[in-house]
Design a binder for this molecule. Structure first.
Ligand code: UDP
Length: 472
C-alpha cells in the first residue's frame, strides 16, 4: 500500500504533569517518526510555567501545530473543593467544541486522535470524525492496570492488599488508604475515563520494560486481559522533556551547579503542585543542614495541599526568608541554594553535580531522574505517587523510602538527615546509586533506533501511515 505521512491530533489535559509528556510525545513523533501533529491544550491562565512552556514550542517546526484553546469559565460549575481530576475533566470537556472546529477546519484533517488520561472525552470527536483513538498514559503500567481493574475492586475494600491480576499485590496501608474506588467523587470521574479508554484502539504508556517487566508481561497476556479489560498496551517511554529552557532561573541555578563538585548535590523538588506545611518545611531545612550535604531546594511557602495549587503553579509571593528557619539561609550559604517555586528540572537532573533527588515521585519526575541516572528519596504526597514510591523502593531498588507522610504526619529532621546521607554517600546506599546508573543506560537504549520503545512507536506509526494513505 502507498505510504502517506500520518497526521495525529493530541489533546492534552491542563497541568504540567500532562502537558510536558504530551508535548514531548508530539515532538518525538514529529522529529523521529516523520508524523504531522496538531497539539491541543486547554488554557490555564493561572499557570505561568505552562504558558511559558507552550509559548516556547509554538513556532518550532512546520509539522508541529500547537493550538492553545480559548479559556473556558468553570468557576460557577463546581464546588470550590472539588478534586483535581474532576476539575481538569470539566475544563477539557468545555474545550471540546474548539477542538472539533479546529479539526474540521484543518486542510488535511488528522486521522488519529490521542487523548491523555483526563482528556478521553475527546474520543467523542474521534468517533464522529472516524479517527482512530489512542490514549497516552502519563501514569505507569501498574497504575494503569489498577485503574482498568478498579470497577472490580469495590469487593476489596476491606482487604489488606490490592490484588490485581498479573500484578504484584500492593499493601493498602502503603497507599495511605487512598484508593480510587473509596473516593466516590474521583471514582465516578475516573470510571468515565476508564469506560472511554477501554474502547480505544490502544494505549501508549510512558514506561519501559526494565521498570515494569511483570506488569507489562501480564498486560500482553490474553488470559489476564480477559480479567482486566484493557486494549493493547504500547510501551513508548521514557518520554521526557528534551529541549533546554531560556530563562533567568536557568542561569542562576545552573551556574551555581557548575561550581559544585561532581555528584555532590541533593536536589529537592515536589513537582508542579507539591506544598509542605510550615512545620514540615522546618524539619526538612534542619534535616538538610544536619546532613552536611550540598543541596538545591525548590521552595514554596507553607500551604496545605489544595486542589487549586496543581493548576496554579508559579503564582504569588514567595520570599524564602519569610518561612525558612531563622538563620538557615546564612548558615547554609556555602553549601546550599534555595530557589523559589520552579527550576528547569530536567537540566538540573542532567547536571553532573547532582547526586540524588528527593522527590514527590510524580511519574514525570521519576522518569526524568531515571533517565539521568539519579537515585531518589521518595516523599510522595498525593495521586498515584504512593504507587510510584513503592515501585521505586521495593521493585526497582533505585530509591530509599523516607517514610509515608500520610502515616507519620510530619517527617522528623533525624529521618531526613539519615536518608540524605544514605543516598548521597554511605555504603548502604551504593546499590541505589548503581541501579540508577544501570537504568540510565537501559532508558537510553529504549529510546534510540533499534530500542524497544523507539521501534514500538515506529511500528505503530506505520499502521497510521497506511490508514492515512487509505483515506487519501
Ligand atoms: N518541573 C519543573 N520544575 C520544577 C518542578 C517541576 O520543570 O521546579 C516539571 C518536572 O520536570 C516534571 C513536571 O514539572 O516534568 C512535574 O510532573 P510530575 O509528573 O513529576 O508531577 P506533578 O506536577 O504532575 O505532580
Amino acid at each position: 500500500m502507498e505510504i502517506s505521512k500520518a497526521h495525529v491530533a493530541i489533546l492534552s489535559s491542563p497541568g504540567m504533569g500532562h502537558v510536558i509528556p504530551c508535548l514531548e510525545l508530539a515532538k518525538c513523533l514529529v522529529s523521529h517518526h516523520d508524523v504531522e501533529v496538531s497539539f491541543f491544550v486547554p488554557s490555564t491562565e493561572s499557570s505561568y510555567h505552562q504558558t511559558q512552556l507552550l509559548q516556547q514550542s509554538i513556532s518550532n517546526t512546520d509539522d508541529l501545530h500547537v493550538i492553545i484553546l480559548p479559556p473556558v469559565d468553570i468557576s460557577n460549575m463546581l464546588p470550590i473543593d472539588v478534586s483535581v481530576p474532576v476539575r481538569i475533566t470539566l475544563i477539557v470537556q468545555k474545550s471540546l467544541p474548539a477542538v472539533r472546529s479546529a479539526i474540521l477546519g484543518s486542510p488535511r484533517p488528522p486521522t488519529v486522535f490521542i487523548s491523555d488520561l483526563f482528556s478521553t472525552y475527546g474520543f467523542e470527536i474521534a468517533d464522529d470524525l472516524k479517527m482512530e483513538k489512542y490514549m497516552f498514559s502519563t501514569v505507569n503500567a501498574s497504575v494503569l492496570a489498577n485503574m482498568a481493574y478498579s470497577p472490580k475492586l469495590v469487593q476489596q475494600v476491606d482487604g489488606e492488599t490490592l490484588d490485581i491480576p498479573g500484578c504484584k499485590p500492593v499493601r493498602i496501608k502503603d497507599l495511605g488508604g487512598r484508593l480510587m474506588h473509596r473516593n466516590p467523587e474521583n471514582f465516578q470521574c475516573m470510571s468515565g475515563h476508564i469506560r472511554n479508554f477501554v474502547g480505544a484502539a490502544g494505549i501508549l504508556v510512558n514506561t519501559f520494560e526494565d521498570l515494569e517487566r511483570q506488569t507489562l508481561k501480564s498486560l500482553s497476556d490474553d488470559n489476564i486481559r480477559r480479567k482486566i479489560p484493557i486494549p493493547p498496551v504500547y510501551c513508548v517511554g521514557p518520554v521526557i522533556k528534551s529541549d533546554t529552557t531560556q530563562s533567568v532561573e536557568k542561569l542562576d541555578c545552573l551556574t551555581w551547579l557548575d561550581n559544585q563538585p561532581c555528584g555532590s548535590v541533593i536536589f529537592i523538588a515536589f513537582g508542579s503542585g507539591g506544598f509542605l506545611s510550615a512545620e514540615q518545611i522546618t524539619e526538612l531545612a534542619w534535616g538538610l543542614e544536619l546532613s552536611k550535604q550540598r543541596f538545591l531546594w525548590v521552595v514554596r511557602p507553607p500551604q496545605e495541599l489544595t486542589n487549586d495549587a496543581y493548576l496554579a503553579s508559579g503564582v504569588g509571593v514567595n520570599n524564602p526568608s519569610d518561612y525558612l528557619p531563622d538563620g538557615f539561609l546564612t548558615r547554609t550559604h556555602d553549601i546550599g541554594l534555595v530557589v523559589p517555586d520552579w527550576v528547569p528540572q530536567v537540566e538540573v537532573l542532567g547536571h553532573e553535580s547532582i547526586g540524588a533527588f528527593m522527590s514527590h515521585c510524580g511519574w514525570n519526575s521519576t522518569l526524568e531522574s531515571i533517565v539521568h541516572g539519579v537515585p531518589m528519596i521518595t516523599w510522595q504526597l498525593y495521586a498515584e505517587q504512593h504507587w510510584n514510591a513503592i515501585m521505586l523502593t521495593e521493585d526497582i531498588g533505585v530509591a530509599v523510602r523516607l517514610a509515608n507522610p500520610i502515616e507519620t504526619g510530619v517527617i522528623g529532621r533525624d529521618r531526613i538527615e539519615k536518608a540524605v546521607r544514605l543516598v548521597m554517600k554511605e555504603e548502604k546506599g551504593k546499590s541505589l546509586r548503581n541501579k540508577a546508573k544501570e537504568l540510565k543506560y537501559s532508558a537510553m537504549r529504549n529510546m534510540t533506533k533499534g530500542g524497544s520503545s523507539y521501534d514500538t512507536l515506529s511500528e505503530l506509526v506505520k499502521t497510521w501511515e497506511a490508514r492515512a494513505a487509505a483515506k487519501e
